[in-house]
Write a protein that binds this ligand. Structure first.
Ligand code: GTP
Ligand code: MG
Length: 449
């Protein structure tokens, strides 16, 4: 999970609030202290921490509660809003004019994750129907050319580069023209990361951008830098008025909270975050949603977006059914396939704001398992598929024979089914529990009903 440590501490601070008796000034002070500690551990700048906690303190005991909102709910909302505010408040998407060549140049110091991010962004936009291509203007690091070329080829994304050209400006110009000729709508330009510090980085950024006039320059910052990310973001923001930020490596970094808040403080919009080494580990950055997830508030809309991104069809009803655990074997198969497309199930659970530890064998659903299950299920009757309880010993034998498998395999399938059913039920309970204490005005399950 992204910023797992911070999320856990904030979540337990809120839990204490919910478990406490009466809510008074002392309790709020304690909550504020817990939040302070959590943020400082996540390397959030001390001044920002003070700003955050002051705001929470001031608003938490505000006398005017909106109608129908309890004090506890109000406090959760205050914490949520405050965190979102300090993460940049509004989501700022990348604007792409369809049908035109939109050039986006990525810059950043050595190893910050530019090339990887280009690969991820290209896939992200390609999936959304935008003709995307990548250009290598990194003439510095040996291997940079083939790294990007391979990433692009793996995802069927048009690539342009020239290993023999040593002039970055020429590479950028030529690449841009080539992509325009091919009718590419989003052209992602990869630059070299020879720079160890901001000044020389900005110098190169200026000379390339003068030549190709990108529509946007994205600064890629390594999230493991923590609050140090702020100085890079600030220098960059000052040097360009078309700048946005991507923070990478937020997976597994304890300091990500510091990087995000420090970058957001410079008012350069953070547009994406990198959450892993895989090519789908990128998310558009939405401060409100992100803060909600940190606090353990679920966001089913986020899940639905993720589902759409995976190019599969699932609607809110299906998501609800999944939550209620009302499913048959046929449903299970469909869910397994969908979850697989969406990526690791753990991630999906995370989007739902659930911290449910999955049994390993549920988490690791392998392709051949799925295929085997399908074969087995094709030997079942509709009645059996709808009501797996019918599957007693003699039927198991018949099904195993019919599908050319072993009764053990059929039992495996049922075991998987029962586990998933149990899990879905548990999830459903968690959700219902949360819904009971629903907070008006906050995105959540209530909002979509
Ligand atoms: N865990 C994790 N690793 C990442 C992420 N983004 C990039 N990386 C890793 O960071 C390393 C450097 O990534 P690159 O994309 O090559 O970085 P770069 O900025 O292009 O590097 P140079 O071209 O040498 O300046 C690689 O090992 C990537 O797999 C991320 O979001 N999470
Ligand atoms: Mg690179």
């Amino acid at each position: 999970m992204v910023l797992e440590g911070l999320g856990k501490s904030l979540n337990s601070a809120l839990k204490r609030l919910f478990n406490a008796g009466a809510i008074d000034e002392d309790l709020v002070k304690e909550l504020v202290k817990d939040i302070q500690r959590a943020l400082l551990v996540a390397d959030v700048d001390v001044n920002l921490v003070m700003g955050i906690t002051k705001r929470v303190e001031k608003q938490a005991l505000d006398e005017n509660l909106p109608r129908g909102v309890s004090r506890r709910e109000h406090i959760v909302k205050v914490v949520w809003d405050t965190l979102a505010y300090f993460l940049g408040e509004k989501a700022v998407p990348l604007t792409i004019n369809p049908g035109k060549p939109n050039l986006v140049m990525l810059v950043g110091i050595q190893g910050s994750g530019k090339t990887t991010t280009i690969g991820k962004l290209a896939r992200y936009y390609q999936k959304r129907g935008i003709k995307t291509g990548v250009v290598c203007a990194d003439n510095f690091r040996p291997g940079a050319y083939s790294q990007l070329k391979q990433l692009a080829e793996r995802s069927n994304i048009p690539f342009w580069g020239d290993e023999n050209q040593k002039d970055a400006v020429k590479l950028a110009k030529k690449g841009f023209n080539e992509m325009k000729k091919r009718g590419i709508e989003l052209i992602l330009l990869d630059t070299s990361g020879r720079h160890r510090e901001e000044t020389s980085l900005i110098k190169e950024m200026k000379s390339i951008s003068k030549a190709v006039k990108p529509q946007e320059i994205m600064l890629v910052i390594d999230g493991t830098l923590g609050q140090q990310a702020g100085s890079q973001a600030a220098a960059f923001k000052q040097a360009t008025n078309i700048g946005s930020i991507v923070i990478t490596k937020l997976d597994g970094s304890a300091k990500g909270g510091g990087a995000l808040s420090a970058a957001a403080a410079t008012q350069a919009p953070i547009k994406f975050i990198g959450t892993g080494e895989g090519m789908d580990a990128i998310e558009p950055f939405n401060p409100t949603k992100f803060a909600g997830r940190l606090l353990g508030m679920s966001d089913i809309k986020g899940l639905i977006e993720k589902v759409q991104e995976a190019q599969i069809e699932i609607d809110e009803d299906a998501a609800m059914r999944l939550m209620k655990g009302q499913f048959t074997l046929t449903d299970m198969m469909a869910q397994l396939k969908q979850l697989k497309k969406m990526g690791p199930i753990g991630k999906v659970m995370e989007m739902l704001g659930l911290q449910y530890k999955l049994p390993d064998d549920v988490a690791e659903i392998q392709e051949d398992n799925l295929n085997r299950f399908e074969v087995i299920m094709s030997s079942m009757t509709k009645e059996e598929l709808d009501n797996p309880k019918l599957l007693k010993s003699s039927r198991l034998k018949r099904i195993a024979m019919g599908s050319g498998t072993d009764t053990r395999d059929v039992r495996d399938l049922l075991k998987q089914y029962n586990q998933m059913k149990k899990m879905m039920k548990a999830m459903g309970k968690q959700r219902r529990g949360r819904r009971g204490g629903g907070i008006p005005g906050l995105p959540g399950l209530d909002g979509i009903r």
